[in-house]
Write a protein that binds this ligand. Structure first.
Ligand SMILES: *Cc1c(COP(=O)(O)O)cnc(C)c1O
Length: 428
């Protein structure tokens, strides 16, 4: 595919930015292709500087659940920007957003807005450690919780191991307090709690995992986590930065009827502006400064533009009858179409769907954890990805990423995508 202007822009960008990007996956590393540089986006479409129009299933990696540049969000932002872009002082908009969030996530009795999902999970862990007076945390291999040091640990798939850093720059000391266990393996969690449960401050989990491809929880996993954390006085943190508002309006906690102690929201909660929120039980969250001693602050936290985009987005989600149900049905239609296209071409894939999140693995077996996700065929994925891009379908350039449906996607978009998938599978 000819991406001349994007190619030139990429060369210039690489001079100044590592990999030419502000976040690694955007560089299309390993895809034998330069990333299209984006000029604008509207509804379900994203446009590059070479004049191509794509059907977008990345949605800025999750936030754009209403589609790009939704007229109501844009109008509210235009008004807000005239009033100034940041004050570093309280506004009513923070409370308004918090009220909306609590309506959908009743477990978030008290909450704090921050600027990114990374900040939300990092802060939630600090609160958990401050509240329990314990140091260790459990995370799951293949779950991504942002790039805070203690969460950039992946003890390798397989058996339970005490953490080793998975990025240079993360100290052994930090890693030693992180225990990484296989996703969906409740027995591994119970075993560790039996060994050192009184040292564990929290279990943090993507209740529907979306960062090793899409991997939903098996039936006993989340209830098991709730039980064992309660038994040992550790906190259960649901990182719903991605699955929040998608697997159900009230996230995984609504869908699976589990009440976590703390919740992290991001992506959608800021309506496409930098914003995330962490919160939970009042007696825990009152430990946050200035009510309590756990320090956490931010120059741009509660930014009025981010609050505005979040408020407008959540209002639409709440006010549109059956929003989540309709979006899920649309997603199912696409996933079913892709599935039968693959079948007709004799290509072995696994499709996964949770609400408006979906993904495919080029794997003959169902994927339930990181080890199985890594085993999926990367070569076939790459060919499929490039063929779809050529046909103007914009997918995430990695099998470890989840795809997102938006309210702006039309039946025509979906049919176009299925037709493209047919061609791609036939050519594999
Ligand atoms: C995206 C993501 C994060 C990190 O959010 P950023 O805003 O990129 O820092 C954390 N947790 C999950 C589950 C995510 O998907």
């Amino acid at each position: 595919m000819e991406l001349q202007k994007s190619g030139a822009a990429f060369v210039r960008a690489k001079k100044f930015l590592p990999g030419g990007v502000s976040s690694p996956v955007r560089s299309y590393a390993g895809m034998d292709c330069n990333p299209p540089f984006i000029s604008h986006a509207k509804g379900s479409k994203i446009f590059d500087i070479d004049g191509n129009e794509y059907v977008d299933y990345v949605g800025s990696w999750g936030p754009m659940i209403l589609g790009h540049a939704h007229p109501k969000v844009v109008a509210a932002l235009q008004k807000a920007v005239e009033r100034g872009t940041s004050y570093g002082a309280p506004t009513e908009s923070e409370t308004q957003l918090a009220e909306l969030v609590q309506k959908i996530y009743p477990s978030m009795e008290v909450m704090r807005p921050v600027n990114s999902g990374t900040e939300a999970t990092m802060s939630a862990l600090r609160v958990a450690r401050g509240f329990t007076g314990r140091d260790k945390i459990i995370k799951f291999v293949g779950c991504y919780h942002g790039h805070a040091d203690s969460l950039l640990v992946n003890a390798g798939s397989g058996a339970a191991t005490f953490g080793t850093p998975s990025s240079p720059g993360v100290t052994k000391g930090t890693a030693a307090d992180t225990i990484a266990l296989p996703y969906n393996d409740i027995d591994a969690v119970k075993k560790i709690f039996d060994e050192c449960g009184e040292q564990i401050a929290a279990v943090i989990v993507e209740p529907v995992a979306g960062n090793m491809g899409l991997v939903p929880p098996v039936e006993n996993f989340l209830p098991g986590l709730r039980d064992v954390t309660k038994k040992f006085g550790a906190l259960l943190i649901f990182d719903e930065v991605m699955c929040g508002f998608r697997v159900a309006l009230g996230g995984a906690q609504e869908k699976y009827k589990i009440v976590p102690d703390l919740t992290c929201l991001g992506k959608i909660v800021g309506g496409g502006l930098p914003c995330a929120i962490y919160g939970g039980k009042e007696k825990i969250m009152r430990n946050v400064s200035p009510d309590g001693k756990v320090y956490q602050a931010g120059t741009l936290s509660g930014n009025p533009l981010a609050m505005t985009a979040g408020i407008e987005t959540l209002k639409i989600l709440i006010d549109t009858p059956d929003f989540t149900k309709k979006l899920s049905e649309k997603t199912s239609a696409l996933v079913e179409g892709i599935k039968s296209a693959a079948k007709n071409s004799g290509v072995e894939i696994q499709t996964q769907q949770a609400g408006s999140m979906f993904g495919i693995f080029f794997s003959p077996v169902e994927v339930t954890n990181y080890e199985e996700s890594v085993a999926a065929n990367q070569e076939l994925f790459k060919k499929y990805f490039l063929s779809m891009l050529e046909q103007k379908i914009y997918l995430a350039p990695s099998q470890f990423e989840t795809l997102f449906m938006s309210a702006a996607h039309t039946d025509g978009d979906i049919q176009k995508t299925i037709d493209a998938a047919k061609k791609s599978f036939a050519a594999l």
